[in-house]
Design a protein around this ligand. Sequence first.
Ligand code: 5GP
Ligand code: MN
Length: 340
Amino acid sequence: MILKGNSVANELKILLSKKYKIVITTHLNPDGDALGSTLALSMALKKMGHDVYPIVPNEYPDFLQWLPGNEDVIDFYKKKEFASSIILSADIIFFLDHNESKRGGDMNEILTASKAVKVMIDHHPNPQMVVDFQLSFTEASSTCELIFEFITAIDGLKFMDKAIAECIYTGILTDTGCFNYNSSRKRTFEIAAQLLSYDIPKDDIFSRIYNNFSAQRMRLLGYCLNEKMVVLPELNTAYIALTLEEQKRFDFATGDSEGFVNYPLSIKGIYFTALFIEHKDKVKISFRSRGKFPSNLFSERHFSGGGHLNAAGGESKFSLDKTIQKFNDLLPDYKAQLNS
Ligand code: 5GP
Ligand code: MN
């Protein structure tokens, strides 16, 4: 049975009135919203008396490792056997910021095999996963916003505390680009205001995330903008591609390219941007758009990906050069849409 909407929270409140072994997981390459929501819900459910295990599919950047509860996170990629045994013996699995099985990476198989009750809480369009309970609201700025609503619904914020508020605030901050995009909703600001009442160090949180890069990362950004950015004014598009060799040259670490894809979007007349990062076995791509151009549909159709209207991701199994060629070949078909 799949329940949608407000009745879900009530059903889950009843379900969670008994004590359970619970796994909380999220998507591959966890970002601030993925990790913030995972840790916030883990801490809240722990305080309610459950046995809780936050499990991520792979590593996440340094600038998220200060988050409260970080030490409890199990990295599936590093501890496959241990994580698998927990997943297989869990009563309930929460999928947060994650609505497509494929986005679980190598964890997917074991998650599918699990007989646990499955719950999705997410804000991406078009959920693609089979679950028992689905809280899916695309109008929310972030999954963290939904976690705030969910905790409110199941315990009236009885267990909300500063640490949980810090995690939720982090997800809202990062998924809205510091209250820029995805944040035209009044509710987002109301929740942020409520979080501030838990005395969270708002300015420190900003610094831990955005003023925490290595010097090499800043040099890499300069290099990308100066030497690697390709601007196609007639197609309202700009892109950057980074080879493995370049990543090595700048001591590339996970998260270093975070935000790069947004820079070309502030060029006048550019409405669509892409960032191609070469990996050993694939090319990972980020897409961003301004206005109506659906970067998620573009990614879904051509690069096995998805995401939101203005922020999406995908991948390619072709070489970096071939991937860029494919991208360039596709753009003229979208000229009218890119121009509108
Ligand atoms: P980013 O470019 O920051 O990695 O991701 C932007 C948005 O697209 C996020 O909402 C993220 O969840 C989504 N996304 C990134 N990569 C993929 C992908 O390979 N598949 C799908 N379906 N969504 C993705
Ligand atoms: Mn999110």
